[in-house]
Design a binder for this molecule. Structure first.
Ligand code: FMN
Length: 711
């Protein structure tokens, strides 16, 4: 038996960061379990690692676009797909693959499937069953058990090679052992930080002439707007009983003590305050999220002015829809169907409350920097690249960290280490445990609970800022389809959205708007209340163009189009139609299927759509009203109208080779529309379900069924 350490490489391809986080977690677990482990992005092939030199690899790869691998995995896949390579090129490589995707998209896990196909073609061998995790339901349902099974599989694999087993194997340890062990780590971290903390009493001066810092400066006032939020938490605690009260024993476990906890993720981000005199704060230090690139961005982040905000729905509509128009200083190249991403900020009262709750009021506006804690296996020089190198806690919480994200089990597990009350510790451990999985989903994930709710419910929990930064994701810009045509509006970008509302609920301690739609709604209200039309005083919004997923008009305007977009899903089609009108592109085969609740309250762009019909830009406009149908037979949803025109749809799909576009809600509408099209194929082609699915796949392959959907 050899005595070499077991060596693994964890490789990820990730578009928005989830696969990367999971890969880092596997790497940390591996180091903890005494593996000689490294973690790299697939794009680092040839620089950080050479694929033909490694023998045991754990791949974590997601999907983007229309069943495509993430951008940072494409070159790797292309390189191993090269025809010149032999079938045994990767025969030394043994791998396990975890794929991420979302079943709401038509090609589930296309990215990892392409990766695995390429690996197999070159002779790589799988030593553990590939799993596909579904972000449309819950990634963790698949990710957790897969990682649990990975360690024994690795053990079997390495045993077969005759390498020494690792002497510590603590994947599923009894809770008390883990807690004892990791408490020391937490104390070490705190001691490290105390030693490293520098002067806290100098407040940095931030240049006032940088427009990107103006709202930051206004946020730095010491007015504590968190008070009302705090009051609402204080008075409503009983509604949260379920969250902080134990309901164990869980099904399947005989007594409380048998919950199994995953190992604590080691804290590796440290923060120290820096003496403002030692540094000169440049304006770029406060570039939005440090100017760090965004996945799917295809332009620089630009500063725009909000010039118009209008409500598209009547006040008595179930949801408020708004249209925002931004003015750009320079021309902003785009195509109809393109989207822009809006850089939003967290609500000031929530940031203030969080800072108060973490007892950080005195230091929230001091200059600080992150560092990698000594003894960490992390190699990163900049632990958090999307936070400026020199930052303030208030800035990071306002602009960089997703404080509304649903806390992962790993965070709950870590929060237990920062809690003093025994029953709260126990409850946090339960919710993070394997046995508490159902409760976690029902009380945290499905209720969209965030860290603020947890800190309101678990009163003795007092985590550090660094711990939250390590566990909470980056605040990501939100994407909206443009409703403009570049032929009509060169310097104006408009988009429509529903203001998302979350009512108070069990675990959800206060009613709230969606982060970005609430941010835009408030800015819109503020700008429409001002009589001052001086553009420099209008609210600024940072945006960038987002990569198109093929959701664009064909260059030749002749192919028939079928557009299906209920609610705000109609937005890109408004852009299409404005463009086609500017081109005077009349047609006999351009159909739009639209749907809303009430014809008088929330029929978006009614007059404009009807005018396209009159002008021959649209040939058919079919609208379904779900809450005020004229008779019991009248269509309620877009699918009903599709079915009513079943023969036409089949003709458009096969004889006329129309391009179908679907835009809107992924979870219900897009799935139902897909199913409806398959049923139409079955009926009109008089074929079996399987044949219909195959025919539909053909249409997908021909890129004649395009989706722009969101969950
Ligand atoms: C723009 C976009 C397109 C996507 N396309 C697909 C798809 O075609 N098929 C699929 O299974 N999942 C798709 N997904 C879901 C992602 O693969 C899933 O959310 C995954 O967890 C993201 O992991 P990442 O953050 O590492 O990229 C898409 C997600 C986004 C944001």
């Amino acid at each position: 038996m050899t005595t070499t350490r077991r060596k693994i490489v964890v490789l990820y391809g990730s578009q928005t960061g989830q696969a990367e986080t999971i890969a880092n977690g596997i790497h940390e677990d591996a180091v903890y379990n005494n593996y000689d482990s490294n973690v790299f992005c697939l794009k680092e092939e040839g620089k950080e690692f050479v694929i033909t030199d490694v023998t045991c690899v754990i791949f974590v790869c997601s999907t983007t676009g229309d069943g495509d691998p993430p951008e940072n995995a494409r070159k790797f896949i292309r390189s191993i797909n090269r025809k010149s390579l032999s079938e045994t090129h990767l025969s030394k490589l043994n791998y396990a693959l975890l794929g991420l995707g979302d079943t709401n998209y038509s090609t589930f896990c296309g990215g990892p499937k392409k990766l695995e196909k390429a690996l197999k073609q070159r002779g790589a061998k799988s030593f553990f069953k590939t799993a596909y995790a579904d972000d449309g339901t819950d990634l963790e349902d698949t990710v957790e058990p897969w990682i649990e099974g990975l360690w024994p599989a690795l053990d079997v694999y390495f045993s077969s090679l005759g390498t020494m087993p690792n002497n510590v194997m603590v994947r599923n340890v009894q809770s008390c052992e883990t807690v004892n062990h990791t408490r020391t780590e937490v104390n070490d971290v705190k001691a490290d930080m105390e030693n490293l903390a520098l002067s806290k009493d100098k407040i940095p001066t931030i240049p006032k002439d940088d427009p990107s810092t103006s709202s930051l400066l206004s946020n730095m006032t010491s007015v504590d707007s968190s008070q009302s939020l705090l009051n609402s938490f204080e008075t409503e605690i009983p509604s949260n009983e379920m969250l902080n009260m134990s309901s164990a024993p869980f099904p399947g476990s005989e007594e409380l003590a048998t919950i199994t906890l995953s190992p604590l993720s080691k804290q590796w981000i440290g923060m120290r305050f820096v003496d403002a005199e030692r540094i000169s704060l440049q304006s770029q230090d406060f570039k939005y999220q440090n100017g760090h690139s965004f996945p799917l961005a295809t332009s620089e982040t630009i500063l725009t002015k909000l010039v118009e905000a209008k409500q598209l729905t009547r006040d008595d509509a179930v949801k408020i829809a708004m249209e925002i128009t931004l003015k750009t200083e320079d021309q902003f190249p785009y195509q109809p169907g393109d989207s822009i991403s809006v850089c939003c900020e967290n609500p000031k009262e929530e940031v203030d409350w969080l800072i108060s709750r973490l007892s950080l009021n005195d230091v929230a506006d001091n200059a600080a920097e992150f560092f990698v804690l000594p003894n960490s296996s992390k190699k990163a020089t900049n632990p958090c690249p999307y936070v400026p190198r020199i930052f303030t806690i208030r800035y990071a919480f306002t602009y960089c960290i997703e404080i509304r994200s649903v806390p992962k089990k790993m965070l709950l597990r870590s929060l237990a280490e920062y809690t003093t009350d025994q029953s709260e510790i126990r409850r946090l451990q339960e919710l993070s445990s394997k046995q508490g999985g159902h409760e976690y989903v029902a009380l945290i994930r499905e209720k969209n609970v965030c860290i603020l709710d947890l800190l309101a419910a678990f009163k003795t929990c007092s985590p550090s800022f660094e711990l939250l930064v390590q566990h909470l994701p980056r605040l990501m810009p939100r994407r909206y389809s443009l409703i403009n045509s570049p032929l009509v509006s060169k310097n104006h970008l408009s988009f429509a959205f529903n203001v998302v509302k979350f009512e108070k609920d069990i675990g959800r301690m206060y009613a709230r708007d969606g982060i970005c739609t609430g941010f835009l709604h408030n800015l819109g209200n503020a700008s429409s209340n001002t009589t001052n039309q001086n553009i420099s005083q209008l609210p600024s919004i940072k945006v960038f163009r987002t990569k198109s997923t093929g959701f664009c008009l064909p260059t030749d305007t002749s192919p028939p189009l079928v557009m299906i977009g209920p609610g705000t899903g109609v937005a890109p089609f408004i852009g299409f139609l404005r463009h086609l009108e500017a081109l005077s592109a009349q047609t006999t085969d351009r159909w739009l299927f639209y749907g809303c609740r009430h014809k008088d309250r929330d029929y978006l762009y009614k007059d404009e759509l009807e005018s396209y019909l009159n002008k021959g830009i649209l040939s058919r406009l079919l609208v379904a009203f779900s809450r005020d149908p004229t008779s019991s037979e009248s269509p309620k949803y877009v699918q009903d109208n599709l079915k009513l025109h079943s023969l036409d749809i089949a003709n458009l799909l096969f004889q006329k080779r129309a391009i179908f576009y679907v835009c809107g809600d992924a979870r219900n509408m897009a799935k139902d529309v897909r199913q409806c099209i398959i049923e139409i194929i079955t009926k009109e082609r008089n074929c079996s379900d399987k044949e219909a699915v195959d025919l539909f796949k053909q249409v997908l392959d021909e890129k004649r069924y395009r989706e722009d959907i969101w969950a």
